[in-house]
Design a protein around this ligand. Structure first.
Ligand code: GTP
Ligand code: MG
Length: 487
C-alpha cells in the first residue's frame, strides 16, 4: 500500500513537471538533448565541440540546415533550471584551444541552453531551443535499480563479481561477505566495512587495465555531498530472492538503505532530468575496452543493454506519456575515432553496431530511431603514409600526452610522432569470441591494441576569431540528433 501510494505521488509529480515543459514547448520549440556516457567517454569534449561548431559556424557538410545556409546563427542563452550548474563551456574551449589540454573530469550534472535561429525549408524564420544536459553515465546505469528489489540486485551483483577478471578484484570483499550473517542482528560496523570493500572493488573494475562499464550503484564511485550517508552505506548480501528479511537483521538494514538510495538518488534523477529528455546521444569509449580485453568488451555490451533498458523504463510511466513525447531518437557514438586510420572507422562502427543491435533486439525498443556512428568530437590527429621497408603503412600523426609510453619510449607531450594504430578486425565473431588480448590479462607490449592518449590539436588563431575545431563526423551526429527539427 505504502509503495503504491508513493508511486502515485511520483506519477503526479512527473506529470506536473511534464505539463510545465509541454506548455513551454508550445511557445518555444525545444529539444532536450541528453549527452550520456560512462566516465571518460568524451561527453564534455563532445558538448564543447558541438556548441563551438554551431555558434562559430564549423565545417559541417552533412548537417544539412547549416551546410545549405538556413541557419542564421546560434547563441547561448540562460538555462531553464535554476538549481542545475551551468556547463562551463567557455572554460573548456579555452583549455582545449589555448592550453591544448583536455578538460578535467566532470562529476555532476550540468546544463547549457543554445538557441538556433533558422529558416524553415518553406522560408519562414524560426527559432529552435536546444537544452543540452551533461551527466555522468553511471547515473543512467542506476535507473534499472528502480525495477529491482534489494535481493535481485544482490544476486546479480554477486553473480557478476564471481565471473572473469572481476573475481580476482572482488576477492577481498567476497571474503568479508563470507563472514557476514544476513539474518543476524543489524551491525553498523560490518556494514561500513562491507560498503567500503564493495566500493573498492567497483573502483578497481574501472581501472584502465580492466575498463569495466557495468558498475552500479553509480554514486558509490561519485558520492558528492552524499558521501558517508546511510543511503550510500550498504552492499550486496548472499540472500534468497523470494524470502522476506527478518526484522532487525543485517539484511533488513541493507535492504532499507538500498531503498533509501533509490528514493534519495535515483528517483529524483529520473523525475527531474531523465524523464524530460527528447533525444539521447550515448557516447561509448570502445577503444578503452579494446585496450583492456574481451571481458571489458562484454561488460560494455551488458552496460549498453542496461542503458537501452532504461529507455523502456522511461516509456513505462503512463501519465507522463500523455503530455510528453518520449525519447524518440537515440544515437550511440563510438568516440575518439581519431585514434584510428579512417580505413578502420567503419570497423569501429561495425563493432558498436553489433553490440547495440543485440541490445535493441533484447529490449523490444519499438518506436525510437536508433543509429550508430564513429566520431571524434575534436580530432587530435592527422593521417599519413609511413614508409616501413617496402611497405607504406597507413599511420596517424599526433602529439602523445606527456607520460604516455609506447614500445619502451616515453613521450614528453611536445613531440609529434607517427604511429601505426593497427587495424580493427573484420571478423567480428572471432573478435567478440575473445580473439584478442588486452591489459587485463597481459603486459602492455603484448596487448593487441594500445591506443595512446594524444593532446588536442595545435590550432592557429586567425586574428580575434577562434579557430574551428577539427572533427570526424560530428556533423553526422548533429544531423541525426536535431536535423529533423530544423526542416
Ligand atoms: N583524441 C581524442 N580524445 C578525446 C576526444 N574526446 C575525448 N577524448 C579523450 O577522452 C578524455 C575524456 O574526455 P571527456 O570529454 O572529459 O570525457 P567525459 O565523458 O566528460 O568524462 P567524465 O567527465 O570524467 O565523465 C579526454 O581527456 C581525452 O583524453 C576526441 O574527440 N579525440
Ligand atoms: Mg566530463
Amino acid at each position: 500500500m505504502a509503495s503504491s501510494l508513493s508511486e502515485l505521488v511520483e506519477e503526479a509529480r512527473l506529470s506536473a513537471r511534464a505539463l510545465l515543459d509541454y506548455g513551454e514547448g508550445l511557445f518555444n520549440p525545444t529539444v532536450r538533448l541528453g549527452v550520456t556516457g560512462l566516465s571518460r567517454a568524451g561527453k564534455t569534449v563532445f558538448i564543447t565541440a558541438l556548441v563551438h561548431g554551431l555558434t562559430r559556424g564549423g565545417r559541417f557538410p552533412v548537417f544539412e540546415s547549416l551546410a545549405t545556409g538556413r541557419i542564421a546563427g546560434a547563441r547561448l542563452a540562460p538555462q531553464p533550471d535554476d538549481a542545475v550548474p551551468r556547463f562551463a563551456y567557455e572554460d573548456h574551449v579555452r583549455t582545449l584551444i589555448d592550453e591544448r589540454r583536455w578538460p578535467n573530469s566532470t562529476v555532476d550534472i550540468s546544463e547549457l541552453r543554445l538557441v538556433i535561429d533558422y529558416q524553415r525549408r518553406n522560408g519562414a524564420d524560426r527559432t529552435l531551443t536546444v537544452d543540452i544536459v551533461d551527466y555522468p553515465g553511471e547515473w543512467l546505469l542506476d535507473l534499472p535499480l528502480l525495477n529491482k528489489s534489494y535481493e535481485q540486485w544482490s544476486a546479480e551483483s554477486l553473480a557478476l563479481a564471481r565471473q572473469g577478471p572481476r573475481a580476482a578484484i572482488a576477492s577481498e570483499w567476497l571474503a568479508h561477505l563470507g563472514t557476514l550473517e544476513a539474518i543476524g542482528r543489524e551491525n553498523e560496523q560490518a556494514t561500513l566495512i562491507a560498503a567500503r570493500l564493495f566500493t573498492d572493488y567497483l573502483r578497481a573494475c574501472r581501472d584502465e587495465r580492466f575498463a569495466m562499464s557495468l558498475l552500479p550503484p553509480g554514486r558509490f564511485l561519485m558520492p558528492g555531498n552524499l558521501a558517508g550517508s546511510p543511503a550510500l552505506t550498504f552492499a550486496p548480501l548472499d540472500v534468497p530472492v523470494d524470502t522476506a528479511a527478518p526484522d532487525g537483521s543485517l539484511w533488513a538494514m541493507m535492504r532499507r538503505r538500498y531503498e533509501a538510495y533509490k528514493d534519495v538518488v535515483v528517483r529524483p534523477f529520473f523525475r527531474d532530468h531523465f524523464s524530460r529528455l527528447d533525444r539521447q546521444i550515448v557516447l561509448v569509449d570502445a577503444l578503452a575496452a579494446f585496450n583492456a580485453g574481451p571481458e571489458a568488451l562484454h561488460d560494455l555490451e551488458a552496460a549498453l543493454a542496461g542503458i537501452l533498458d532504461c529507455f523502456r523504463i522511461g516509456r513505462s510511466t503512463i501519465l507522463s506519456q500523455l503530455f510528453r513525447p518520449r525519447v524518440d531518437r537515440i544515437l550511440f557514438a563510438a568516440t575518439k575515432a581519431d585514434h584510428l586510420h579512417h580505413l578502420s572507422h567503419d570497423r569501429l562502427e561495425a563493432v558498436l553496431r553489433r553490440t547495440v543491435d543485440k541490445a535493441v533486439a533484447r529490449s523490444e525498443l519499438a518506436g525510437a530511431a536508433v543509429d550508430v556512428v564513429a566520431i571524434a568530437a575534436v580530432r587530435a590527429t592527422r593521417e599519413a603514409q609511413v614508409q616501413r621497408g617496402r611497405d607504406k603503412l597507413p599511420s596517424i600523426l599526433g602529439t602523445p600526452a606527456a607520460g604516455e609510453v609506447a614500445n619502451g619510449e616515453s613521450f614528453d607531450g611536445e613531440t609529434e610522432v607517427a604511429t601505426f594504430p593497427g587495424d580493427l578486425p573484420t571478423d567480428l565473431d572471432g573478435f567478440f569470441g575473445g580473439g584478442f588480448s588486452g591489459l587485463s590479462s597481459t603486459a602492455a607490449d603484448k596487448a593487441d591494441f594500445r591506443f595512446l592518449k594524444f593532446r588536442p590539436p595545435l590550432l592557429e588563431r586567425q586574428g580575434a576569431e577562434e579557430p574551428a575545431l577539427p572533427h570526424i563526423r560530428l556533423d553526422r551526429a548533429l544531423q541525426f540528433l536535431i536535423g529533423d527539427r530544423l526542416q
